[in-house]
Each structure stands twice: as structure tokens, then as C-alpha cells.
Design a protein. Structure first.
Lengths: 277, 315
């Protein structure tokens, strides 16, 4: 757990003009930038759903101007005073904040989805690989408590490489912490919908992402517990490309529905109609 | 007894004692005195070495081939154990075992990882790496405990959950996740003891409790030091540095408030003295079960939530 997933780097070839073309990170097809944006960053060639920033996600999901952030000031700390070969965690995280404008790997808030008030937590992979740490867990907890208090459906979009090593055991403890608040939602019959996007792995898949009333996955998202390399070393075999994909999880009974990005909002809305009392 | 690298002074004394005994099948009082002296020396050395183990050395002790395993704790701590098998869904994982047990005057449900002692056993148990059916077996037994209001005693000793393709196929992530949520809300007391290796998600999958105890030379970590070193140092041999950075020893975890109490091991580690280890572990479990038995279940579950909700250091 805790490994980071590197995005596949585009193959170095004579580059078409970057102002017009986008290269799909998955199939490397060149796609018009306008079209790419219009398709919500989904590749029309291979159906790869590109990772979104929290803002892009919220814009697609919620009614315009309805989003209000919860626990926005909570930020990473450095409980272990952790340093590795490349320097301190504190400076790495600060640098990440500078680049992304994020305090943590998750943004939490409340808003309206086709008029229905919902609480959302959206992970952003740009912040240290969407890793789960203290700040992430606390924001999740506070959002969960908000949903509980206001009896709003809680919708969580996961995008994470797993627990953040730099906060050691404290990161691991965010798994029971987040699941504890979900147990409370369950008790109060407040709906909890987990949406797994690319990637949802390690400690996030083994905690809140996998205990939803409903499990949704985006097409072709990587979802799994252990890393592919670790598994291949364990079983001394190459794994097929289809392993640990959204489609694989659907086939094995761990995902309810695979929903294309363009249909996400409507689908969530339809589902929620059945999940209110 | 397998001695570790850093125990060299102790091994040297041990071999000198052995030599003396061999050379003097019927030792004079002088030789006996020398042996006595050497034994005192040995204990002094063990005390000195074990008082100041580095985190990486602690990992070696926690993984020691002679370290007591779950079957040893059951034999040494429980006056009765009735093993219950299977998850009622798929199979009977040997990497996780459990059943009804009696500890002192307490009837409990005991669950825990099983590493196995012989190579054959180890292979059967996946070296203590439980599969989804192991976590589901543990959950089934915990639900049974809840039904009869028996406390749960959970013994943790695993390098991590099994990272196999079949484990993924059967939902390793879901199995662990479900346990986290169910344990958070389980209406019966839960006492957790990290006896050896507390390996990441595989450990926390049975690690949510009201009282978290840890043997003094056990370790508990989000990732193995080797794994962390190979990712963050890009060099698996930097495990000692990673072990330092990750703060995985009982002392560190107590100060981080992740565990509640350290169970002190006998001089030279649990593997050198099973009877003393069992005694101190048994007493500790009993004391905490006594304490929890005086608290209402409602309060216990509420406090458990508050305990885990408070975990984290953020700004
Ligand atoms: Zn593509």
C-alpha cells in the first residue's frame, strides 16, 4: 500500500501542435483539444476517462454555483517529521500545495445535484497522488458528519494511489477513521454512494471506496488493493491488461454500475430517488 | 535459537558456555562459577542490546523465526479454545484463524493471523498473509461474538494482506474495508494486540478496537520498511532508514497515540521466554477485559468512534 501510480508518459515523437491537439494518455491517439474538453476529457477512441481535478469534477456534477466547501482550511501536517532520500515531506507537500492550490488530496463540500442537496468529497490525484493521510481523513470525517447532520446523501469520488507513506501509521489509521463515520451514516440510513475513478487503489480501495450502498466506477478505471507489480512478483506471472479494471470488478461482483462521465450526474440523480426514506 | 546479527556478543557467550559444558561433562565448582558468571554476562548483554534496539533491529525481532505465533498464544493464554472454521462463503483461510476461547474468567471470541512455524505450515498460511476469506471468517466470528456479547480478542501478526491475483479477484479491498466499518460499530468490546508484525491494511483489517495493545518488540506500519525504501529511496536496501522514518516501534506508536499500552517482553525478546511472555500477555488481556466489562456497550461503541475519529495530525 502507499505506492504511487505514475501516469503513462506520452511517447516522445514529433509533437503535433499542443495548442490544438491532445494526446490520450492511454491509447496515445491525437484528439482535437476542443473535442477533448467537450467530451469531458474522455477519449473517443478508447473510452479512457482522464483524471479530473476536483473543480472539473464538481463542475460536471453539481448545479452551477451551488457548491460550498466544507472544512476547507484543513491542511496536511507532518506528524512524523518525515524525510526520505529526496528531502522532507513538509517541503514536498508545500511544493504540491503551491502547484495545485490544494491543502490536501480531497475537497469536501455541499451542493445541489439536479436540485437535490448532497454532500460530496472529491479526491484530486494531483495532490501527492491522491494519497490518504491525516488531512484527507479529517476532511472526509467532517464531510461525513455534515451529511449525517443534514441527512444529505454522501457522494465520494475516489482517486488515489493509497495511504500516504510520509505520515506512516497515522495514514493507515485514516482507513478505520473514515469507515467509522460511514458506519454512522449507515446506522442513520443516510445514503452513501462511492464512485471509483482512475485510480482507486491501496488503502482507499480497502476503506471508504468499498463500503458504499452503491458502487459506481468510471469506465476503465484502475481499481484494486495490491499493486500490479507486487502481484506479478507474488504469482510469478504477467497479468492481463484487463486485470483490476472497472470492468473486471464489475464482472467479479464488486461494482454495481459502470457509468460514463457524461451520464454520471443523471445516474446519481436517478439512484438517489431510490435511496431516500 | 536463531541469533540475530546484533546479538553477536550474546551468541559468543552462548557458544562459550556450550564449549565449557562440553569440555567439562562433570564440571568443577570453579567451572560452574564461570558458567554462572557467563550467564549473568549474557543477560546483562541482552538487557543492554534490547533496551536500545533500532527500529530496523526491532523489525528483525518482530519477524524472528522463534517468535511466539498465534497457536503459542492460544496454548499459553487460553484455558480453552474451540476453533471455528470457514467464512461460509468460499473457504477456510489458514492465514486467519479464530474461535471461542477462555482467558482467565472471560469467555471470548479470539481471532488472529496465523503465520505457521514449519515451512509446510507457512505455505498453507501464505506466511500469515490473509486472503479475503480470512477477513470474512474473522468478521463472521466477530458477528457471532456480538450476538452473544462475547468480547473479541484480536491478535495481529502479518506482513500484510495476501497480494495475489486470486485475492484481488475475490475482493481483498472489499473484505478489509467491510471489516473496518463493521468493527467500528460492533456492539461488543474489542481488544487488539499486535504481537509481531502489524503489516498495513492486512493488520488494520482486524485492528479496530477499544484497547490497542502492543508487545514491546512488535512493529506496526503503513508499509514494510523494504517497500517504503524501494519506493521513496528507490533502493530496497535502505530499509533501516525507512524503518526509522516510518516510526513503527511500540514506543513511537504510543507517543502518537495509535496504541494504548505496551506489553513489556521478557529480557531478550518474547522468543527467549515463552512462559513469561504468555503470563504478561494473559494478565494484560484479562485486565483490559475486566475494565471493558464494567462499561456499557453503548458507551464502548461511542468511545471507539471517538478514538478513531481523533486519529490524525493536521493543520
Ligand atoms: Zn484513448
Amino acid at each position: 500500500m502507499g505506492w504511487f501510480i505514475k501516469k503513462q508518459q506520452p511517447v516522445a515523437k514529433p509533437e503535433p501542435r499542443e495548442d490544438i491537439w491532445i494526446q490520450c494518455p492511454s491509447c496515445k491517439a491525437h484528439i482535437f483539444k476542443d473535442e477533448w474538453e467537450k467530451d469531458l476529457k474522455v477519449c473517443k477512441e478508447c473510452n479512457y476517462h482522464e483524471r479530473l481535478t476536483w473543480k472539473e469534477r464538481v463542475d460536471i456534477l453539481l448545479d452551477p454555483k451551488s457548491f460550498k466547501e466544507i472544512a476547507s482550511r484543513i491542511s496536511f501536517n507532518d506528524p512524523l517529521k518525515f524525510s526520505d532520500a529526496k528531502g522532507s515531506y513538509a517541503s514536498k507537500a508545500a511544493e504540491n500545495r503551491g502547484k495545485t492550490g490544494l491543502n490536501e488530496s480531497i475537497v469536501t463540500g455541499t451542493g445541489k445535484l439536479h436540485g437535490v442537496r448532497v454532500t460530496v468529497a472529491v479526491m484530486d490525484f494531483r495532490f501527492l497522488g491522491g494519497s490518504l493521510a491525516s488531512g484527507t481523513g479529517e476532511k472526509f470525517l467532517q464531510a461525513g458528519m455534515f451529511a449525517l447532520k443534514h441527512k444529505q446523501p454522501f457522494i465520494v469520488f475516489s482517486a488515489s494511489g493509497g495511504a500516504r507513506m510520509h505520515e506512516g501509521i497515522i495514514s493507515l489509521m485514516q482507513m478505520p477513521k473514515t469507515c467509522a463515520v460511514l458506519a454512522r451514516l449507515r446506522e442513520a440510513k443516510v445514503p452513501y454512494i462511492s464512485v471509483m475513478t482512475d485510480p482507486t487503489t491501496g488503502g482507499v480501495s480497502a476503506s471508504y471506496a468499498m463500503v458504499g450502498d452503491i458502487h459506481i466506477a468510471e469506465p476503465r478505471a484502475l481499481i484494486g488493493f495490491a499493486g500490479r507489480r507486487v502481484i506479478e512478483e507474488t504469482i510469478k506471472q504477467k497479468l492481463p491488461d484487463s486485470f483490476q479494471t472497472a470492468e473486471y470488478l464489475l464482472a467479479h461482483g464488486f461494482v454495481d454500475i459502470i457509468v460514463a462521465r457524461k451520464d454520471m450526474k443523471d445516474t446519481l440523480h436517478r439512484l438517489m430517488k431510490y435511496c431516500s426514506r | 535459537m536463531t541469533n540475530l546479527d546484533f546479538e553477536k556478543p550474546v551468541s559468543d557467550i552462548e557458544s562459550r558456555i556450550a564449549d565449557l559444558k562440553q569440555m567439562h561433562p562433570s564440571p568443577s565448582s570453579e567451572i560452574e562459577a564461570e558458567i554462572r558468571k557467563l550467564k549473568e554476562d549474557q543477560i546483562a548483554n541482552l538487557k543492554r542490546i534490547y533496551a536500545d534496539l533500532t527500529p530496523w533491529q526491532t523489525v528483525q525481532v518482530a519477524r524472528h523465526p522463534d517468535r511466539p505465533l498465534i497457536r503459542d498464544f492460544i496454548a499459553g493464554v487460553c484455558s480453552e479454545f474451540i476453533e471455528l472454521h470457514g467464512d461460509r462463503l468460499f473457504g477456510d483461510d489458514q492465514g486467519m484463524i479464530g474461535g471461542f476461547a477462555t482467558i482467565g474468567k472471560h469467555r471470548v471470541v479470539l481471532i488472529g493471523h496465523q503465520k505457521g512455524r514449519t515451512l509446510e505450515e507457512k505455505i498453507k498460511c501464505n506466511f500469515g498473509q490473509a486472503c479475503p476469506e480470512g477477513y470474512r471468517k474473522a468478521l463472521r466470528l466477530m458477528k457471532l461474538a456480538e450476538k452473544y456479547h462475547l468480547p473479541v480478542v484480536s491478535l495481529i501478526d502479518t506482513p500484510g494482506a495476501f497480494p495475489g491475483a486470486d485475492a484481488e479477484e475475490r475482493g481483498q479491498a472489499e473484505a478489509i474495508a467491510r471489516n473496518l466499518m463493521e468493527m467500528a460499530a460492533l456492539h461488543t468490546p474489542i481488544v487488539v494486540i499486535i504481537t509481531g508484525e502489524g503489516g498495513s491494511g492486512g493488520a488494520i483489517g482486524i485492528g479496530v478496537g477499544d484497547t490497542i495493545l502492543m508487545l514491546s518488540h512488535a512493529v506496526y506500519s503503513v508499509i514494510s520498511p523494504e517497500g517504503c525504501a524501494s519506493i521513496l529511496w528507490r533502493d530496497g536496501t535502505k530499509a533501516a532508514e525507512a524503518a526509522n522514518a516510518l516510526k513503527i516501534t511500540a514506543k513511537s506508536l504510543l507517543s502518537l497515540k495509535v496504541i494504548d499500552e505496551i506489553i513489556p517482553e521478557p529480557v531478550g525478546g518474547a522468543h527467549r521466554d515463552y512462559p513469561s511472555t504468555m503470563k504478561v500477555v494473559g494478565k494484560s488481556i484479562e485486565r483490559h477485559l475486566d475494565k471493558l466489562s464494567h462499561t456499557s456497550t453503548h458507551k464502548i461503541v461511542k468511545r471507539r468512534f471517538e478514538k478513531f475519529a481523533a486519529m490524525g495530525r493536521f493543520k
